[in-house]
Design a binder for this molecule. Structure first.
Ligand SMILES: [Zn+2]
Length: 501
């Protein structure tokens, strides 16, 4: 049944997947291994590879290969149909944007990133404003070129979260906000846990050693991946048998390296699990959305790695690894320290609960920018107002305010909600796993994470992109995406930790 048309398409698809894997490795190398003087050369190499990939995708011959393979439905199983669906989606998006606009965007994004790197430490929004204005205008043009049904945001969101639309996302996020804001306010009235002991000496090499132990225990295969250090933790690599994770030591806070490792391990376990002859080296062998990918990192980091059961297992060994720092710190104090809720200014340092409010602020603002309801010039004031309203914090300067994230400087509008979608998915998946594999807490207490991983492998990882993200999650959980599970989980967990009524 393997038709000639499928074979011709598959050859092109495999080349694209392989080139993507090479891009993953040289991107990793740039942040982990490359000597500083290699930067300029690497920029040329990365650009050359990106243009090659783009040319192959917009090549009319690739379009014909997709069409011809689609025209032989008898030669297609579900995996092949999924690869074709993904190929068509990517190609349609790519060919609709005129070459001039692609070039202008690439230039504005490179310039945006360069200026942002200077504007943030200088706390100078005026420096960043002209390029951000240009980026917003170009992204509006890009959205119009790709096509949408009245919401430009949809066309951009679709790049990260295929199939998600504002009309569905907005009410979901508002319902979440309406549940979170009063919970954060209740917690703010409770005594603040004393976390001063975190500033004690936690030797860096012991932090790395412990994080590697946890990574192995959770099921990360070090024969098919590795962990190194980088300025910002991330997951990359060449494919499921070569997954590169990074972590970092945060001076004065031992939670950073361990929680960073567990987060990236969640991404890495997902990558290592997208295997099977049917989907490997194909478009079906990729995660269907960033939100679903993020569900795996957040599930292992928050729902597992910050849980009482997890620490009932690990805390004795953790204390032994840092005997001086933790001599007088009991498990209860440690649990409160790794789960402290604190309205703050900086998203990447935010806790599990308020993190979503940071995302909601960005989401509202970027939707308004794309709709043309908010001028870039008014963005800093709108940002500061939103932080006051949602988190009760005053923004002292734009460096710790509107300039803190890299995303907009590189034209990544529509990316932020994928973080919160990850939290929503993770809560629903965890509930379904509890239903199917029994007492997870009891298993964690024994250091047994295999049943949970096995469930994720079966229902999420091995499914690749056979179905779109929400369909994959719906098949696993029996429910559409909704905020109820996340809110119930957060209320129960923080209700106990903070003695709420
Ligand atoms: Zn992540």
């Amino acid at each position: 049944m393997a038709g000639a048309a499928w074979d011709a398409f598959e050859r092109r698809m495999r080349e694209l997947v392989d080139l993507g894997g090479i891009a993953g490795v040289i991107g990793w190398d740039q942040q982990v291994m490359m000597p500083p003087k290699g930067a300029e050369l690497r920029a040329h190499q990365s650009t050359a590879l990106a243009s090659l990939l783009h040319e192959r995708v917009v090549d009319p011959a690739f379009g014909e290969a997709i069409e011809q393979a689609e025209a032989e439905p008898d030669s297609l199983d579900d995996a092949r149909r999924a690869s074709l669906r993904e190929a068509r989606r990517d190609r349609d998006r790519a060919v609709r944007v005129p070459a001039d606009l692609v070039r202008e965007l690439a230039m504005a994004e490179a310039e945006g990133f360069e200026i942002w790197q200077k504007a943030r430490p200088a706390k100078d929004f005026a420096m960043f404003r002209p390029v951000l204005e240009r980026l917003v205008a170009l992204k509006q043009q890009e959205a119009d070129a790709i096509g949408h049904e009245g919401e430009r945001y949809d066309a951009l969101l679709d790049a990260y979260e295929p199939g998600m639309r504002l009309v569905r996302l907005e009410p979901l996020l508002h319902e979440l906000r309406d549940g979170l804001v009063p919970l954060v306010a209740e917690i703010a009235d409770r005594p603040r846990p004393d976390v001063s002991f975190l500033a004690r000496d936690f030797p860096a090499h012991m932090q790395i050693e412990f994080s590697e132990r946890v990574m192995r225990d959770l099921g990360f295969d070090l024969e098919a991946g590795r962990q190194d250090e980088s300025a910002h933790p991330f997951t990359s690599g060449a494919g499921p048998y070569d997954v590169r994770l990074t972590t970092r030591i945060v001076p004065g806070d031992p939670r950073g390296s361990l929680m960073g490792t567990i987060h990236e391990t969640g991404h890495g376990l997902y990558e290592q699990g997208i295997v099977g002859k049917k989907i490997e080296r194909s478009f079906a062998g990729m995660a269907p959305s960033l939100g679903l990918h993020e569900s795996q990192s957040r599930l292992w980091e928050n729902q597992v790695g910050r849980s009482r059961a997890f620490w009932e297992h690990y805390y004795p060994a953790y204390r032994e690894a840092f005997p001086d720092a933790l001599v007088d710190i009991e498990l209860e104090r440690w649990l409160r320290a790794i789960n402290i809720v604190e309205p703050s200014l900086i998203r990447v340092e935010a806790d599990e609960l308020t993190y979503n409010l940071h995302i909601l602020i960005r989401f509202e603002l970027e939707v308004a920018l794309l709709r043309g309801n908010l001028a870039v010039a008014d963005l800093p004031a709108a940002w500061n107002d939103a932080y006051r309203a949602a988190l009760g914090v005053e923004v002292p300067h734009d460096g710790d305010g509107v300039l803190q994230d890299v995303h907009w400087s590189g034209g990544a509008f529509g990316y932020f909600p994928t973080y919160t979608l990850g939290n929503l998915y993770s809560a629903q998946l965890m509930e379904a796993a509890r239903r199917d594999v029994g007492d997870l807490d009891e298993q964690f207490r024994r250091g047994d994470f295999a049943p949970l991983l096995g469930w994720m492998r079966k229902h999420i990882h091995s499914q690749g992109s056979l179905q779109p993200a929400e369909e994959t999650a719906r098949a696993a959980t029996g429910k559409p995406l909704e905020p109820a599970n996340l809110l119930a989980y957060l209320r129960a967990k923080y209700g106990e930790l903070y003695d709420l009524a």
